[in-house]
Structures are given as C-alpha cells and as structure tokens.
Write a protein that binds this ligand. Structure first.
Ligand SMILES: Cc1cc2nc3c(=O)[nH]c(=O)nc-3n(C[C@H](O)[C@H](O)[C@H](O)COP(=O)(O)OP(=O)(O)OC[C@H]3O[C@@H](n4cnc5c(N)ncnc54)[C@H](O)[C@@H]3O)c2cc1C
Length: 769
C-alpha cells in the first residue's frame, strides 16, 4: 500500500439518490427540473411540416397526409384511418424533434443568439423563422438518430421540400459549423473531420490547453480549414479529466480511477453521450440508492432522513422567495447562500436536534460539493443560475474512465506537451505566444486554461485584458473538491450500490469523506472514491496523504466494523491536490457573492478578434462540467470561423497559403540532426527516446540525371542517436536494416505511414517565429 500524492482534481457529480426517493438527486440538489415551455401544439406542428415536407404529387387541395404518405408506403391501405393517425404521427414527430432540440439547448420557438449572429433567416420572428426552426430540429434529430453517419445536405433534403432548400442550407451550415451535427469520433465522422470541409485554408490558430474544450476546438478548427497547434503545459492531454490506472496485490488487481471529471451529469443531449454511442462505450447508470451512515456505523433512520431532506428543501425554497423579493426591490444586493439559509434555519428552528443537525450538514456538504466551495462563498442570488439548462436523463459513468474520451479526441492532433504558456502578445498582426522557451506566431489564439489559472495571472497578456474581463475573472469563483481513490483487494462494501454517505459530528468537517463512490462495477476492480468538499477540501491539501488515508480508513472501519465486516488495507491510494495543481489551481467554477451568470458570458468574450476563450468557466448554461467544456470548444471554433470569414487580412493570407507548396524536402533543409547522408526530423511533440522521428537518406545515383534519390523511414529517436554514433553510411544502413528493421520507402509511400508526424512538424515550424 502506498498513497500517492497526485496533484489532480476534484469530483463533480452531485447526485445523491435518496433511498426513499425514486430517481437521482440533481447536480445542485435537484430542486426543480427544467420546465419545458409548452410544446408546439399539434396543429402548429403539422402546419410547420406541411409547409416543409416534400410532396411528389401535385395537390389541388393540400393535405398533410400527402407528405406523410411519401414517407410511409404502408399508408395506402386502411387509408382513411391512417390519414387522421398520420396527422398526429407527424405532429408527434415534430414534437419529438423539438424535444431533441431542447435537450441540446435550443429554445422551443425562438432562435439562439448564435443563430441570430449567423443570420440563419432574413427576418427575425416571421414564418420563415418558424419554418427554419422545424427544419433545424428535423436535421438535428435526424443526425442524432444515427450518430455514426456523416449527414450530408442531400440527406437532409430528402425529407424537406425542395423549395425550402435555402432553409436547409442555412440550418445545415449552422448546425455543422457550430458542432451540433456530424461531430465526434465515429469512423465516418472522424475521417471526414480530419480533412478540411472545403479547400480553403483559413489561417493559423494556437490552442492553449489540451483539456476537453481545447481538444474539441482543435478538431473542429482543423475541419474548418485552420492550421492548428495545441500547446499543453502537462505531459498528458485531458486536463481536469484524468483517469489513473491503479494496481496492486499479488493477484494483480487493477482499476481505473477518475480523479477529475467522472459522472456524465445527464445523458440526454449530452455530447459525451454521443461520443460514447459512437465509440461503443457502454454507459453505467449511477444507481439511486445511497444509504447514509452515522459515525457509529448505524444506518440513518429513513423517516428522519427524509424529514430533514424535506426541511432542507423548504429552507432553499424560502431563500428563493427571499431573493425574488430582493431582486424586485434592491437589484444589486447579494449575500451568501450560507448566511441566508442559516438565518431561515434559526427562524424556523430546523434541525435543532443533534442527529437532524448532522443530516442537515450532510446536505450542506453535498451542496458544497456540487459547487466546489463553501456555502459562505456562494451567491444567494445566482448560485443556481444554470439550473434551467441542466441536461436531462440519467447520470452515468463510463466504464474504464473518461480518459477513454480524451485519448480518442487527442489522437492525431498536433499537440505539443510540456509547453507551459507564459505570455500572449496580441495585436492587429496576430498573436505571439511564449511557451517553454519558444515563441509561436499565429493569427489567433484560443485560451482554454482554467479560471484558476487566469485568476493566478500565470499567463501575461500584452496588452492587458480589458478591465471588464479582468473584473469578471475576479468576481467569478473557482472552488475546490478533492478525492481519495482507494483500490482494495476485494469489494467489502457490497456491489449493489454506487454511493453511500457518511455523517460527521463536527460541522466544520462536514465535507470530509461525506460521500463515497463505489466504482466496482465500472472501473475493473474494487475501487472506492471518497469525496472531500467545502472547508475540508482546503484543509485536506495541507495534510499529508498518509494522514488523509488514516482518517478515511478510520471512517470506513467505523461504518463497517460494527457490521462484522473487516476492512482490509488498500493496495493503492491516491489523494488529489487540485488546488495546488499549477495547471488548474482548483476544481471548477461557481457563482461567488457579487458575481452572476453574466460573468460566464464575459469570460467567453473574445478580445480584439484575436484572443478567444473557451473552457467550462466560459459556459453560462453548463459551467463546471465536462459537457460544458466540450460545448464551449465547439462554440469558439464557430466564433473563430465567423471572425476569419469577415477578416480581409486573413482572406488575403488564405490565398497565399493555398499557393504554398507542400514539400517534405523543404522541411529537411533545416533538419534537427544530420550525419553522413542521413537527415532527421524529430517529433516536436515528444522528447523521449522512443518517440518517432522522420529519417531521410540520400543515395547518390550517378547513372541518373538527378543528383540524389531520397528514401524515407520512421525511426525511434534513440535509434537515431545510435546511428549517428557510427562511422560511415554503410555501417549505418546495415544497422538500420539488420538491427532496427527500418524499411526505407519513397515519398509517396511515406505519406500514409507518417502523415500525422509530417503535419505536426509542419505545424510546429510554421508557428515558430
Ligand atoms: C475533482 C473534479 C471532479 C469533477 N467531476 C465532474 C463530473 O463528475 N462531471 C462533470 O461533468 N464534470 C466534472 N468536473 C469538471 C470537469 O472535469 C471540467 O469542467 C472539465 O474537464 C474542464 O475542461 P476544460 O477544457 O474547460 O479545462 P481543463 O481540463 O482544465 O483544460 C485546460 C488545459 O490547459 C492546460 N494549461 C493550464 N495552464 C496552462 C499553461 N499556462 N500553458 C499551457 N497549458 C496550460 C491544462 O493543463 C489543461 O490541460 C470535475 C472536475 C474536477 C476537478
């Protein structure tokens, strides 16, 4: 057993399922589920479809079923009965498509700001807009029904009348550019995405950070025709998504522990759910049983438990009413959620009994976990501003951990690790980014570092960021959550549950190991993850991992020993330290007192059409989540495209770029190493001896007119060093063939074998000043 002291981050999933309550508790104590506005009425829906669906027969009097019969050959018999049935089927279909659009974040009967900016219709608010919405929903739903395919515009037109081609064009372009369709990692999509959508090169973009937002943005930007390089400070991709492989014991017990983002909080409309479907990853629904244990190991009486939960919810409702009244009268006043709740608790004498008090504290700890901060820091007015947008559906784990997404997203991208960005200089000529002793030049930069990193001022912006932005960075909160992941020789807690809670008598430590996640069914081994939230999360970082582990083991023994269950020592344990991690300085964002949802929007604003921002803390609707990070990456890729399209400087540059020759031999004019007839280009992303290099060997051929024949191969960097230490090309060729078994090939064959390496070398060279 040996506790690592890994500096990683905190957990997120706030789903505590009450034993007596069906369904999951929500992220921030699921108070009210998102209220969908009235669905489109069937009549309106059918009307919308009638306008839009194709009809092959000229009709003197139009009938909705004309369109439907085109879609459904079986309708010919039982004609009359089916006709009326069809109308409602159609209406239902439109309603379902609208629901799908809502789950993805579209409003029911209006355009999003993004759609308005993209000029998807010529006039806001008329019939064209209504028709556009039906078309957009239809295309969206069609792709979502089979996310393995690349949906073409022609596919979309198959079910829409041809006179609405303009609307289809508009909706299709919007959806594809903003990453609502044809995104992800299905083979058909992935292949299409690594090639630009058109032959137009659009300029260079540096993406800072290979977390979810940076990876998603980089993929989308390449697809849009940008030359992209990703600069990442760590030596791995994923940022706050990090799955640690744990192992131990004579029997080789192993498990995958998510030390950062772990739960997909709501699967409906969630882009990570789409990726899981495309990649064939099964989803494990987090089961809604969560027993709560007292310090002496006894299970809390379910009646008392639910009474306190009801009281807790009532307190929150009272705070809601108070803030409504305050908003109407004094708009700018805010206090902490903690202060308001405590005031009401005293007035209404809630949880005065010690057991009830412990239970209430448990709920408060759960809230502090959801928000990664203390109740005393949360804005009473806006702490739950994102509730209306919450993704619906089950909360799920990905067996094997979320790094499976990261690995797939990072594949083939030009990511340069170990490049900690220190400064960004920007102006009308583009940007200069200084990282790891090198300067990179590009037209634009997308900064995806965490709000914690921005707050610390790790990156110097020259000129300084606008005051409005700096103020928002200061106002918005960035909190802390930590985890202890423990791999045991066997599952002693019982495999029937995914979560159990623990109450504590000391209110100041209520967040310490208040919730345990069992990953036995998804991680591959008997893994428990204990959460540390609120004040305890801060104190936790000052403790040694050994002490932390002792404390958590004491709690586990307190719960299970009285039941006659022996608690074994863990085979391996990891304590996270997300607050001290220099690449995040905390776990995720929250709305602090004095801040509001608008601050997320301000963080998302670009500066001078040159510096762009993505990341969970730039997403007002879905902050603090993996899907929020994902969606922000897509949003900014679309934003960068919009700016590039209207920039005359970039348009001109684009033309020049298109004329540039694509010559590998140009790269070899300045090799990283040359000896004899051998020249070598190293992989600029990696520095280890096993990384691949590109080798070129020149063969003099006097019989031919040309002076040299070049052959190429892929070879490890360590092998290059061995070759260079030999005397004479003959010996080197021998070693190459005999010892390393490297096959030299001509230029044409080289491309298939080394395409991604060549692209990376080119990117690195073109970005370096
Ligand atoms: C403990 C914990 C638990 C969580 N649990 C959940 C959960 O269950 N469900 C959920 O949906 N979300 C959860 N989250 C939140 C989720 O993980 C994040 O919202 C999401 O991963 C953030 O992605 P991002 O791209 O915005 O930022 P990051 O992942 O932080 O990416 C930013 C990247 O920038 C790099 N970087 C930083 N500074 C520099 C620099 N100077 N130079 C170069 N590179 C730099 C970083 O190394 C990082 O790779 C959790 C987070 C934590 C910490």
């Amino acid at each position: 057993m040996g506790p690592d002291d890994t500096a990683e981050q905190v957990p997120d999933d706030q789903n505590r399922y009450h034993p007596s309550e069906p369904g999951p508790a929500l992220k921030k104590r699921r108070r009210k589920r998102k209220q969908f506005p009235e669905m489109i009425s069937s009549a309106a829906a059918v009307n919308g479809l009638r306008v839009l669906r194709p009809h092959t027969k000229p009709a003197t009097t139009y009938s909705e079923t004309d369109d439907l019969t085109d879609d459904d050959p079986s309708v010919i018999s039982k004609h009359h009965r089916r006709r009326s049935g069809k109308i409602s089927d159609l209406a239902k279909e439109v309603d379902i498509e609208a629901l799908i659009a809502i789950s993805v974040g579209f409003p029911i009967d209006s355009l999003t700001e993004e759609e308005i900016e993209a000029n998807v219709v010529s006039q806001i608010g008329g019939i064209e807009q209504s028709n556009y919405i039906v078309v957009r929903n239809h295309i969206l739903a069609r792709w979502r029904s089979n996310v393995s395919i690349w949906l073409t515009k022609d596919h979309a037109l198959e079910s829409i009348r041809v006179e609405h081609r303009t609307l289809v064009n508009s909706a299709y372009s919007f959806l594809i550019n903003h990453g609502y369709i044809n995104f992800g990692l299905a083979p058909a999509v992935k292949e299409a995405k690594l090639r630009p959508i058109d032959s137009i090169a659009r300029g260079d973009v540096i993406v800072i950070g290979a977390g979810l937002s940076g990876l998603v943005a980089a993929r989308q930007l390449i697809f849009m025709g940008f030359k992209v390089v990703v600069l990442e400070g760590r030596t791995r991709p994923g940022g706050r998504v990090h799955t640690k492989k744990m192992s131990g014991g004579d029997n080789g017990v192993v498990a995958a522990a998510d030390l950062g983002g772990s739960v997909l909080t709501g699967i409906n409309g969630n882009p990570l759910g789409v990726l899981a479907r495309q990649l064939g990853f099964p989803l494990h629904k987090v089961r809604d049983i969560c027993p709560l244990y007292l310090p002496n190991g006894k299970t809390v009486n379910s009646e008392i438990d639910s009474n306190v939960e009801v009281s807790f919810n009532k307190l929150l409702d009272r705070v809601c009413k108070l803030r409504q009244a305050m908003m109407e009268q004094v708009k700018s006043v805010d206090v902490s959620l903690g202060t308001a709740l405590e005031a009401f608790r005293r007035v209404y004498k809630v949880a005065e009994d010690p057991l009830e008090r412990m239970l209430l504290d448990w709920h408060l700890a759960n809230l502090e976990y959801a928000n990664a901060t203390l109740m005393s820091n949360l804005s009473m007015a806006f702490w739950d501003q994102d509730d209306p947008y919450e993704m619906g559906g089950d909360h799920c784990f990905i067996p094997g951990g979320n790094e499976r997404f990261v690995r797939a997203l990072a594949e083939d991208l030009p990511i340069f690790y170990d490049r900690k960005v220190e400064s960004i200089r920007y102006g009308i000529d583009g940007v200069l980014v200084y990282a790891g002793g090198q300067e990179y030049h590009a037209d634009m930069v997308l900064c995806t570092v965490s709000l914690g990193v921005l707050k610390k001022g790790v990156i110097e912006f020259v000129p300084e960021l606008p005051k409005r932005k700096k103020d928002a960075i200061e106002r918005l909160g960035f909190g802390l959550l930590n985890k202890v992941a423990m791999l045991f020789p066997y599952d002693f807690w019982g495999g029937e549950i995914d979560t159990f809670g623990h109450l504590t008598e000391d209110p100041s430590m209520r967040g310490e190991f208040f919730l345990f996640y069992s990953y036995s069914s998804v991680s591959g081994g008997p893994l428990l993850v204990a959460l540390v939230a609120g004040d305890a999360a801060i104190k936790f970082e000052k403790m040694s991992p050994v002490e932390s582990l002792e404390r958590v083991m004491e709690i586990l023994k307190g719960i299970f020993s009285p039941k006659g269950i022996a608690v074994p020592d863990p085979l391996q344990a990891v304590c996270t330290r997300w607050g001290q991690d220099q690449y995040t300085y905390g776990s995720y964002s929250y709305v602090a007192i004095g801040a509001s949802g608008d601050d997320y929007d301000i963080l998302a604003e670009s500066v001078g059409d040159t510096v762009f921002f993505a990341g969970e803390a730039t997403n007002k609707q879905y902050p603090a989540t993996m899907h929020g990070a994902f969606l922000s990456g897509m949003r900014e890729a679309a934003n960068i495209l919009r700016v590039a399209k209207r920039s005359p400087v970039l348009a001109e540059k684009t033309n020049c770029l298109n004329e540039e020759s694509d010559d590998v031999d140009r790269l070899f004019e300045t090799p990283d190493l040359a000896f004899g007839s051998f020249s070598v280009l190293y992989d600029p992303r990696l520095n280890d001896l096993e990384s691949n290099s590109l080798l070129r060997v020149a063969f003099k051929c006097e019989q031919l007119d040309c002076s040299c024949l070049y052959l190429y191969g892929l070879i490890q960097k360590g092998q290059v060093i061995k070759l260079s230490s030999l005397d004479g090309d003959v010996n080197r060729i021998q070693m190459l063939n005999r010892d390393f078994r490297v096959r030299l090939v001509g230029r044409n064959s080289l491309y298939s074998a080394a395409e991604s390496l060549i692209t990376c070398i080119k990117s690195a060279r073109s970005f370096l000043t």
